[in-house]
Design a protein around this ligand. Structure first.
Ligand code: BTN
Length: 329
């Protein structure tokens, strides 16, 4: 009933009388009024005016499946494969469990909160409710792992596209997988692969993305404030999380369509977004720290670094972590 009213009000785009809504849905005007009240409690701004009826002026800031779907065309691929969780331990962990139970390519999991969000290198990823979008997608590409070296990079470019669409600015990429703006981290990506032991083929990949969308500075714990920001903080206005989640799904579908056939073109776009190229970096491998200058990122996503003795090396993201010379970026 509530969803039906939302659909009708969205289609109308203007005031619609309570009488017309009740006639269309075959319910009483009191039932319409009660449903509108419930929607208001859920954060929708629905104006009402005597003799004119109701008008939807702002959608809810809550992340909801029906709102995400409202931003995707009816016959869109993966549309019926989206599962939404108000709270979950980790969308990546759940996606892997679903993969083990034969869930298909294109299964998408979106959560409002993660209680055990995971980052790279065994770190945790802070995922409080009401502010971010935490999304994982299960992919089953028919290939070997060496053909997927650029998967995290491709995802980073796709997420820059999604953010640009809804927040109207394009973040940079800190090699390999952090989206940044104004020297602060906006989003992280965690890619996990499962291989078939006998053939060495990829069984599945789970790509997880966490984006800080609506936090204000005070929402971050003090120790993260120097390093983290949200899309709304950078855009200077509220960014709609439901529109963002839908844009993420669309960008992932586009990425998936060309992932195995357009590696060079994808990496060309990655290089254009990557802010690490040209910078002094320090590379940590275990306890050893080496300094050098990032010259390039190759088509497999490795960072080409020139060290102080003049020699260059392509370093892999799995082997090292980098820091800029003057802080997080
Ligand atoms: C990082 O910055 O180190 C990567 C963070 C990846 C976080 C996302 S949120 C959705 C998915 N589920 C997880 O547990 N992690 C990823």
């Amino acid at each position: 009933m509530k969803d039906a009213i939302l659909t009708i009000l969205r289609q109308a785009g203007d005031y619609l009388s309570g009488q017309e809504i009740s006639r269309t849905l075959g319910v009483s005007r009191t039932a319409v009024w009660k449903a509108v009240e419930k929607l208001r409690q859920e954060g929708y701004i629905i104006e009402s005016a005597p003799n004119r009826g109701y008008r939807l002026s702002q959608a809810t800031p809550q992340l909801r499946l029906s709102e995400i779907l409202a931003h995707l065309p009816p016959d869109y691929p993966w549309r019926n494969s989206i599962t939404f969780f108000e709270s979950i331990d980790s969308t990546n962990s759940r996606a892997k469990a679903m993969a083990a139970a034969n869930a298909p390519h294109g299964t998408v999991l979106i959560a409002d909160e993660q209680t055990g969000g995971r980052g790279r290198r065994g770190r945790s990823f802070l995922s409080p409710p009401g502010t971010g979008v935490y999304l994982s997608v299960l992919l089953r590409p028919d290939c070997v792992p060496s053909q997927l070296m650029h998967l995290t990079c491709a995802t980073a470019v796709a997420m820059c596209d999604a953010i640009e669409e809804v927040a109207h600015f394009r973040p940079g990429i800190k090699w390999t997988n952090d989206l940044v703006s104004h020297n602060k981290k906006l989003a992280g990506i965690l890619t996990e692969l499962s291989l078939e032991a006998e053939s060495g083929q990829v069984q599945y990949a789970v790509v997880g993305i966490g984006i800080n969308c609506c936090q204000e500075e005070r929402d971050f714990p003090p120790e993260l404030r120097e390093m983290a920001a949200s899309l709304s903080m950078i855009a200077g206005q509220t960014v709609d999380r439901n529109a963002l989640a839908a844009a993420m799904v669309k960008a992932l579908i586009q990425m998936d369509a060309v992932l195995l056939t357009n590696q060079s073109a994808i990496m060309e776009r990655y290089r254009a977004d990557c802010i690490t190229i040209g910078r002094e970096v320090s590379l940590r491998r275990g306890d050893t720290v080496r300094r050098g200058r990032a010259l390039d990122v190759d088509d497999n996503g490795a960072l080409v670094v020139q060290f102080s003795d003049g020699h260059t090396e392509a370093v892999n993201s799995g082997e090292v972590s980098i820091r800029g010379m003057y802080g997080y970026v």
